[in-house]
Structures are given as C-alpha cells and as structure tokens.
Design a protein around this ligand. Structure first.
Ligand code: ATP
Length: 385
C-alpha cells in the first residue's frame, strides 16, 4: 500500500500500460509487461530489481532511446509517447537528462565541452553565457577538472562529470542508470551520500536504477521493485523492506529465514517443536486457518538469539525455540553473521560485531518476533492478510 500517495505532489511523470518485447515474432522476450508508474515532482524514485528484469529498458523508454510496443508516457504535462495515437517524441525534444552506467563521456572533448554540449544542442545560449557549465561543475566538485579530457579522470570523477552534464540543462526529469555500480565500495557509499544531498539541495526529480538493495534504501524517497518486466511493489523504502507485499520482494530485499509452520493441536509448531507460548489463535485469521500452506519469513536480527534462559523479560510477542546450536560465525566490520541450526532448520541472524559472546558449537535459543514476521502463501507468494 502506498501510504505516501495522498501527501505527495501531483505526478510529474506518468507511465501507463507500457510493454516492450525484443526478438522475432513467436520468439519474443517480453521485457516490459504492462508497466504503470507515477513519479511525483521532486521525488527520487529508485527502480530496484535483479539483472535482466527490464530496468534499463524502462529508463531508455522514458528518455526516448527505446520505442515501446504499447503504452503512454507523460513527462511534465506533455505527452511524449502514446502508441495508440502514434505519438513518439524524439529524445532531444524530451526534457530529460540521463547518466549512463559507463558515463558515456565523449573522450575527445574536454570536460568543459562535454558539459556544455547538451546546452549547445538545445539552444540554451543564455545559460552557457551565464556560466552554467562552471556552476554545475562546481556543484559536483569538479571545477578544477574543466580542462582535462575524460580518459585523464578517475571513475568517480567521470561519474561526477557525467552527472554535471545531465544536470546542466536543468531537465524536468533526471534518469540515473546504475551510475555508482562501476565504483569501488567506499567511493560508492560516498557518492551515494553526495547524490542524496544534491537531490535535497537542487530539488530535481529523478529515477535511479540499481540492483543494490542498500543503495535503494539509502537513496530512494520511494522504491519500485521490478520482477520480470513488472513492477511488483512501490512504496516508502523502509516500508517495502519491513512489509514486503510478496515473497519475491521479501527475498530480494534480503529476508533469509524462511520457515514452514505446522498447525498442531491448536498450537503452532516449527522444526518439530511447539512454539511455546504461542497459540494458534494468536495468529490472525486466515493465517491460522491456512497454516499448512504458509511460509513465515523472519528477518535476521540480533535480538532473536540469546543464551538459554536469558530472555525472561522479552515481550510476549516473541516465541522461543530451544535446542539451537551455533554452527558458523562469519565476522564482519559492523555486523557479523551467525548461522544457527535447530534440527533440520538453518537460520541466519545478523549481530553487531562484538556485542555478544558467541562461539561455534554453543547452545542458544532462538526467538521469533511474531509481530515482525510476514506470512506468505506457498502457491502465489502473496502476503497473507
Ligand atoms: P541489468 O541490471 O543487467 O542492466 P536490466 O534490469 O536493466 O538489467 P534490461 O537491460 O532492461 O535489464 O534488459 C532486460 C532484458 O531485455 C534482458 O534479457 C536483455 O537481454 C533484453 N534486451 C535488452 N535490450 C535488448 C535488445 N536491444 N535486443 C534484444 N534483447 C534486449
């Protein structure tokens, strides 16, 4: 559910019924399957999905580099695509800037000229004379690089120049196609923060494509999760993470613990053990009735593991299972991963590094925070209401 909808600005971009296939008739790959999407003024919408799900094709359709088979696109009040009426506005006539994954700077032009090019080709001579090139280069902290050629720049610098080039004409809509994916991990996190800051300061409207979940949650004012040419869920990033609408979204956003519940004498059992203190009626409505067919997904968190008998004060909404054994500890800088076995069940928990004294082989109890758990039907992977 998109709770932000009522408070958001009116849609600046709207996409309706977009479809696109590649390949010969009879042997097509359906890359976009009836995509509907709205982006509000000032929003930084992140399109998140695995490789090949159609993210780039959707961006290329927005900028006009791809001709969809059917559908409509409006940007800033003008119709740039309507296949039913034969409307297709050429890319250079759309008010859209794009930053490509490989930056796509012209290697034989100096940085200054690269950034000036879209202003020249769109006839923004006043902006050129008024120092817009220098202004956007300063914004991305590359003013000192204006007289260099792109091959003389680092990856991070090229990325910034490419962003400056896209921002220079002040487009209605900015498209970013995995602009951070070719950078090393530290630089990626730094530029992510700078992009977020720039977005706040300049207030542009953007669609940012990534397959990186952390990046999506850190950057997006909203996130749209794509699956095989369809948008599966759109919403506030934290809401999508905490309340994924489908099992696919939950999986893609890193829910690792998938548990099969069994109804047993009015109670609930997991891995052959009754979940103590949890009656079948504690689980809401259809959840309890269709228990046998459901999966329960619990996100790995530190709170859910403890030494036996040390959890006496925790909330009753947590059901505890005994006889867990730590089989593996994978250290990390901030968080470490702990793998626990209970019978045939293998569970994952993330623990702040150094916060608990855990060792492989140690006995633990594992708690299931029932209020945080999500329940999905096995047939369709949809969230059970
Ligand atoms: P990635 O993250 O790997 O870039 P993506 O989600 O952006 O993936 P797209 O680049 O949109 O995905 O591609 C979706 C599918 O369409 C892929 O299977 C791809 O091979 C196919 N595809 C894209 N462009 C063409 C084309 N011009 N001709 C044929 N198939 C294409």
């Amino acid at each position: 559910k998109d709770t932000a909808r009522s408070t958001r600005a009116p849609a600046l971009v709207s996409v309706h019924g977009l479809t696109k296939s590649f390949g010969r008739p009879g042997n097509e790959i359906h890359v976009l399957r009836n995509v509907d999407l709205e982006v509000a003024d000032g929003e930084l919408l992140v399109l998140l999905g695995p490789s090949g799900c159609g993210k780039t094709t959707l961006l290329r359709s927005l900028v006009g580099l791809e001709r969809p088979d059917s559908g409509r696109i409006h940007i800033g009040g003008s119709c740039v695509l309507d296949t039913a009426r034969g409307v297709f506005v050429q890319p250079n006539r759309r008010d859209v800037g794009m930053v490509f994954q490989n930056y796509a700077l012209w290697p034989h032009m100096k940085v200054r000229k690269n950034v000036a090019y879209p202003l020249q080709s769109r006839g923004h001579s006043a902006a050129l004379k008024g120092g817009r090139v220098e202004e956007v280069l300063d914004i991305v902290q590359c003013g000192h690089l204006a007289d260099r050629y792109p091959p003389e720049l680092s990856g991070g610098q090229q990325q910034r120049v490419s962003l400056a080039r896209a921002l220079a004409p002040r487009p209605t809509l900015l498209l970013l196609d995995e602009p951070l994916s070719n950078l090393d991990a530290l630089l990626r996190v730094e530029l992510r923060a700078q992009l977020r800051l720039l977005h706040r300061e300049l207030g542009f409207t953007a669609v940012h494509v990534t397959h990186d979940q952390e990046e999506a949650i850190a950057l997006g004012t909203r996130v749209a999760v794509m699956n095989a040419g369809r948008i599966e869920q759109v919403g506030d990033p934290i809401e999508v993470y905490r309340a994924p609408a489908t099992e696919y979204v939950a999986d893609f956003l890193g829910a690792r613990n998938r548990l099969e519940l069994r109804a047993e004498d009015g109670g609930v059992a997991l891995a052959g053990q009754r979940l103590p203190g949890l009656a079948r009626d504690d689980l809401r409505g259809s959840f309890a009735l269709r228990l046998r067919d459901e999966h329960l997904l619990v996100r790995p968190t530190a709170d859910d593991i403890s030494s036996p008998a040390s959890h006496a004060t925790t909330a009753t909404a947590t059901a505890w299972l005994a006889d867990g054994r730590i089989v593996e500890l994978l250290p990390g800088i901030e968080t470490s991963e702990c793998v626990v076995e209970i019978g045939d069940l293998r569970l994952f928990a993330r623990i702040p590094t150094g916060a608990m004294d855990l060792r492989p082989g140690q006995s633990v109890e594992v708690g299931f925070p029932i209020d945080k758990a999500r329940c999905y039907s096995q047939d369709h992977g949809r969230l059970v209401p």
